[in-house]
Ligand binder design. Structure first.
Ligand code: 8YV
Length: 328
């Protein structure tokens, strides 16, 4: 593609520096008040943009893409997960899709550790107690949590983020176990002291902590379903910083309410921004509003990757973060 000045439509407000640079390089339409696009606005966008820059809050499904005009040549997603985009339909229509891998790995791994610490050491609960004014002072046996050192962490999905979590967990004296479609290289396994489980069900029954770090695809949807959640030991904690749909949220809430699981810490939900009310009622659950990649540095770098991808494309080069070869 070679465009004098491509029409780029960003569906959400992006970091200022990114909006400025995008506007210099392209004929950019910005979302000034940052409210999520309605279906009508999305339809208009796919009918007018050469390049669409959506985020996880936009449902770029097949029905929407079928309404796209022939000018739409690229979807440069702001974010690494592309489960909200119908990739098959995009490919069938010759629309290139890119994402922003790498730049949010460390931030998301940090957030995973923050959640791990928060739920095992009852940080959110303790904070609520202090703010309530009902804290009566230190006592030998109140608000005891679970020690992390020496525990077993089972990571589901050992890609970039999973490995970054493993690296941190090792520093905390946690034994790293993982399940992945493919076993990772021996070299990285050794660096992380990581044990591979080919059989996810087997791994789950042996873990003290489980972190989900897999992208959402057809094969990872509800990878932690009711049956698998039932395999976890009652003292186990579950952490999710990937996508809500990888866990059956209703089943998780039920199993927690039944006292068959020690706790859960979630950054993502099946129907964001809705959160299952049963989870809200539980004290041993830490709930964050999808903050995994929410650092100033991370969001600027995500924007830079979006710009690099678009610029390469309009200059007639292959954008570095093309999805198709990687995922289809
Ligand atoms: C992003 C994320 O903020 O990149 C991802 O996949 O989950 C988030 O951290 C979001 O997706 C932006 O589109």
């Amino acid at each position: 593609m070679s465009l004098e000045k491509a029409v780029v439509v960003a569906t959400r407000g992006l970091p200022k520096a990114i909006e400025v640079r995008m506007s210099e390089l392209f004929r950019t339409s910005l979302n000034k008040d940052d409210s999520p696009f309605s279906r009508e606005q999305l339809i208009e966008a796919v009918q007018t943009a050469d390049v669409l820059v959506p985020t996880v809050t936009d449902n770029i499904d097949a029905a929407l893409l079928k309404q796209a005009g022939p000018q739409l040549k690229m979807i440069a997603n702001f974010g690494v997960g592309v489960n909200h985009i119908d990739l098959e339909e995009a490919r069938a229509r010759g629309i290139l899709v890119t994402n922003t891998p790498g730049v949010l790995t460390e931030d998301t791994a940090d957030m995973t550790m923050a959640l791990l610490l928060s739920v095992t050491r009852r940080l959110a609960e303790g904070e609520r107690l202090v703010r309530s004014g009902e804290w009566n002072g230190w006592a030998p046996t109140t608000m005891l949590g679970a020690r992390l050192w020496g525990k077993r962490l089972g990571i589901i999905g050992m890609g970039r983020i999973g490995q970054a979590v493993a690296r941190r967990a090792k520093g905390f004296g946690i034994a790293v176990h993982y399940h992945n479609r493919n076993q990772i290289s021996e070299e990285i396994e050794q660096e992380l002291d990581a044990t591979y489980w080919d059989d996810l069900d087997q791994m789950l029954g042996h873990m003290d902590l489980v972190s989900v770090n897999t992208p959402l695809t057809a094969s990872t949807h509800h990878i932690l379903n009711a049956e698998r959640l039932a395999l976890l030991q009652p003292h186990c904690f579950v952490i999710n910083t990937s996508r809500g749909e990888v866990i059956d949220e209703e089943a998780l809430a039920d199993i927690l309410a039944a006292g068959k699981l020690a706790g859960a810490a979630l950054d993502v939900y099946e129907k964001e921004p809705e959160v299952n009310p049963k989870l809200i009622d539980l004290n041993n659950v830490v709930l964050l509003p999808h903050l995994g990649s929410a650092t100033v540095e991370g969001r600027v770098q995500m924007g830079e990757r979006v710009i690099i991808n678009i610029k390469s494309f309009v200059d007639g080069h292959r954008p570095p973060d093309r999805i198709f070869e990687a995922m289809l």
